[in-house]
Design a binder for this molecule. Structure first.
Ligand SMILES: Cc1cc2nc3c(=O)[nH]c(=O)nc-3n(C[C@H](O)[C@H](O)[C@H](O)COP(=O)(O)OP(=O)(O)OC[C@H]3O[C@@H](n4cnc5c(N)ncnc54)[C@H](O)[C@@H]3O)c2cc1C
Length: 370
């Protein structure tokens, strides 16, 4: 690092907290820590010129759980854990809307539709569990009748009924992150892009040949965490996303989920955004390498063409992002060595849960009674 005296002093000296990663969790950790303790000197270090994990790459669903996904999680999660997770996701969305106003998020409360495959018994079984999960959501967040059975008029390929979630919405991830960035800067947080942290120890992080000191380190690198902590109980998985040309007969009016949420699609500016299906290519998509592949692109394109539109479509934009998942759906928010904390493993609903993870991480460091 070739730093001028004043660059060095301004950014690298006397930091109370260094945060690694400028995704939704890293920036929210910074914002919450500053709100708790305005006098803190905080530095966020981000390896890329943009945050480059998931926070600007995601699909923008502001969701907190579909019935088939909750049902499938039953085998690995207790009921209380499900309630806690729904609450954490909901609280995260509420906190996000207070850190970044709804209009800045370009938030649209369009509801969410879970379309059901008549050939999949587990998906059809979900219909019998709507009342149960309405009860759980009510216990978690106090809102009743979250899910209801509706007539599905999207396509003849799906069951004639679908499950509607009236509380779901969508947002623009880039506007979300840009606004969080502005909020953090306004609070006096320093953020440096293009610096990769290679090692972390109590009291310092290493970048290239330089150890930068801070009393506390917060690691918010989600799916990319194992390069820093190889034994962390999480794995990186990729999600590919595609956006079509503008479609004249676009039938979509909500956010849609299919196959336990593994496939997701919605309308954006007259186009269709579709992503996911990593369960269909599990080995290939268990990776922290960005990239798009012909087989997954073909699978999702065929899904749109044969199940939804009945005509060919053209993909106009495509990208991928990396997320962190584990055997448990709950995030890891803990101290891993003296003064070093992590807030990682956000799973597939990190837009929802991310703000709460960041806030809890800040409180774990500065207000441990929470
Ligand atoms: C394609 C895709 C679609 C998704 N869709 C949705 C959705 O619709 N709704 C939803 O709720 N969730 C969705 N998610 C999940 C959600 O986006 C993530 O859970 C969330 O953004 C994670 O935020 P984060 O801050 O923990 O991690 P990230 O956003 O991944 O941020 C981590 C940051 O750490 C940086 N970093 C990593 N290592 C280092 C290092 N050594 N030094 C410095 N910096 C480092 C990375 O560059 C990155 O910017 C999706 C994820 C993907 C990939």
């Amino acid at each position: 690092l070739n730093l001028a005296y004043w660059e060095d002093k301004y950014y690298f000296e006397d930091n109370d907290l260094i945060i690694v990663g400028a995704g939704i969790v890293g920036l929210t950790t910074a914002i919450s820590a500053k709100r708790l303790r305005p006098e803190l000197k905080i530095l966020v270090l981000e390896r890329s010129s943009l945050p480059s994990g998931a926070s600007t790459k995601n699909a923008g669903f502001a969701c907190f759980g579909s019935v088939t996904e909750l049902l499938s999680d039953q085998s690995t999660t207790t009921e209380q854990e499900q309630i806690d997770l729904i609450k954490m996701r909901w609280d995260g969305l509420e906190l996000l809307k207070s850190n970044v106003t709804k209009d800045k998020l370009l938030y649209r409360a369009r509801g969410g539709v879970e379309v059901l495959d008549p050939d999949q018994a587990s998906q059809m079984e979900a219909i019998n569990h709507i009342d149960h999960y309405n009860g759980l959501v009510e216990q978690a967040i106090g809102l009743s009748n979250c899910f209801r059975l509706i007539d599905q008029d999207l396509s003849s390929s799906f069951h004639h009924k679908a499950i509607y979630n009236q509380y779901e919405g969508e947002l623009n991830p880039m506007h979300m992150m840009s606004s969080l960035h502005q909020t953090a800067i306004k609070l006096g947080v320093n953020i440096l892009y293009g610096l990769t942290v290679d090692e972390i120890d109590s009291g310092s992080v290493k970048i290239e040949d330089r150890h930068i000191q801070a009393k506390y380190i917060a690691v918010c690198t989600n799916g990319l965490t194992r390069s820093l902590f190889p034994n962390m109980e999480l794995k990186a998985v990729r999600n590919q996303v595609f956006v079509t040309d503008i479609i004249e007969d676009n039938p979509l009016s909500s956010c849609y989920h299919f196959d336990e949420g593994y496939i997701y699609f919605r309308e954006i500016d007259g186009r269709i955004l579709i992503g996911g299906a990593r369960n269909q290519f599990a080995d290939q998509e268990t990776t922290d390498a960005f990239g798009q592949t012909d087989n997954l692109r073909g699978y999702l394109k065929d899904f749109l063409e044969s199940k939804i539109l009945n005509h060919e479509i053209n993909i106009a934009y495509e990208w991928s992002g990396i997320l962190g998942v584990g055997t448990q759906k709950s995030p890891i928010i803990e101290q891993v060595k003296p003064g070093v904390y992590v807030g990682v493993r956000l799973g597939g609903m990190g837009v929802a849960i991310g703000s709460r993870v960041g806030d809890r991480l800040a409180r774990l460091i500065y207000d441990p009674v929470d």
